[in-house]
Design a protein around this ligand. Structure first.
Ligand code: ZN
Length: 429
């Protein structure tokens, strides 16, 4: 659905009333989970009955039914023992989980050659954008999103935060007729939390879609399903949403009109099994949307005691898109003094995995962390605050640069700036 401000507010009210009346299924119902056999082999989880499975890559997986307490046990394990954000996929029924396994297209997604030319020829658009990236804007969005009690998917706060993101992105659209904001609610296990999608319609190749996403939910390990848990989630992943918000602001403030369609996404319920992104990717695959490139940003704002600034995730992503992403980094970030490294993050580690499993080419970038941790060690705790990650958004700046380069060079610029009802020059910084 596409919504105006008022419609967004009406939707939220309706969702809350539906929730209060029990029209939404309880968030604590059993889930059928697909995770790696390696994860399930840990001493705290190996007692759980499970069936063996494999994916299209031959990865040893487990399929198991978990009650709410067991889901939280698994979630805490992948978050704290393995230091990962996601870690598994969750489904309402065994049938859905089995279909997901049977139809998995990860191998195809990883090896697929580009259905478009990868080249760098849009410096005229991208370079002026980079000069407009403002640390204070990114910091302000992180500060706001981490000011909610939590953004837990099954808490009223989680729906309120999603609504704020939708309204903020809608305002950045400035009423342009080619910009739409949508609340994606076709997710059976996302409780009352919608995913948020801002679409900029492509002017020349509207059927080819670029996706840039981050998850909007947060969680506190050990808090179970408590709707009032304190889970500020400043780094994980308010930072990713804040980077995307700054990318949207700059691209639209300059009146940019892309050749390809771009969809910026804030995903629901990533922390409980990539639920929002899986629902969207599966829906897009089912209706035949041609997603030609996906960028996931999960945790961008923690850098301490390391010489590099940026991680590319090297496993379960598309090879040619990763190679082109590094070419983009070399062209736009290396001259500004930034350095990247590769890390792997394992099975289902964040929302890009939902796209990979559904056959779409994806890449993921994340913060450099510290010498001892690839990610902020306070993730999923009460310490995941703006102050906890240093009080500034400096570490996120290269991610905003990269996001702008990614959309500018993948979606390209349509000839003629979009000025319909929109005074681009007055919004330019
Ligand atoms: Zn995360």
């Amino acid at each position: 659905m596409t919504m105006s401000f008022l419609q967004v507010r009406r939707w939220l009210l309706a969702a809350m009333l539906a929730s209060a009346s029990g029209a939404h299924a309880a968030p604590d119902r059993p889930q059928f989970v697909v995770t790696s056999a390696e994860t399930l082999s840990s001493s705290s989880l190996r007692h759980l009955p499970s069936d063996n499975a494999t994916d299209s890559l031959g990865t040893a997986l487990k399929l198991l039914e978990l009650n709410a307490a067991q889901q939280h046990l698994l979630t805490e394990h992948v978050h704290h023992q393995e230091g990962r954000c996601g870690g598994y996929f969750a489904f309402d029924s065994r049938r859905e989980a089995e279909d997901f396994l049977a139809n998995g297209r990860a191998l195809q997604a990883m090896l697929a050659t580009a259905g478009m030319a990868y080249n760098i020829d849009n410096q005229g658009t991208v370079e002026p954008w980079l000069l407009q990236v403002t640390e204070a804007n990114i910091r302000a969005t992180i500060a706001h999103l981490s000011s909610y009690q939590n953004r837990y998917y099954a808490s009223p706060h989680g729906a309120t935060a999603a609504n704020w993101i939708a309204n903020t992105w809608l305002a950045l659209g400035g009423g342009r007729s080619d910009v739409q904001v949508e609340l994606f609610t076709e997710c059976s296990n996302c409780s009352t939390q919608p995913s948020v999608i801002l679409t900029v319609q492509g002017a020349a190749l509207p059927d080819e879609v670029i996706v840039v996403g981050a998850h909007l939910d947060s969680i506190r390990s050990g808090a179970g399903s408590e709707p009032e848990q304190f889970a500020p989630g400043a780094d994980d992943d308010a930072s990713g949403i804040a980077v995307i918000t700054e990318v949207i602001r700059i691209a639209l403030a300059n009146g940019w009109r892309p050749q390809r369609t771009i969809k910026f996404m804030g995903y629901a319920a990533e922390e409980m099994g990539l639920r929002g992104s899986r629902a969207i990717a599966q829906n897009f695959a089912a209706i035949g949307i041609d997603v030609v490139g996906v960028l996931q940003l999960d945790m961008t704002n923690y850098r301490s005691g390391v010489s590099h600034h940026f991680h590319f995730i090297s496993d379960r992503v598309n090879g040619p898109l990763l190679a082109f992403s590094k070419t983009l980094f070399d062209a736009y970030l290396v001259p500004r003094g930034f350095v990247h490294r590769d890390i792997s993050c394992g099975y289902a580690c964040s929302d890009h995995a939902s796209w990979t499993e559904n056959g779409f080419p994806s890449v993921m970038a994340s913060e450099p962390g510290s010498p001892s941790n690839s990610f902020y060690p306070g993730l999923h705790t009460a310490s995941d605050t703006l102050a906890g990650v240093g009080g500034t958004a400096d570490a996120s700046i290269p991610f905003a640069y990269f996001g702008l380069a990614f959309i500018g060079e993948l979606a390209k610029t349509s000839s003629g700036t979009f000025l319909d009802g929109f005074e681009a020059t007055t919004l330019r910084e």
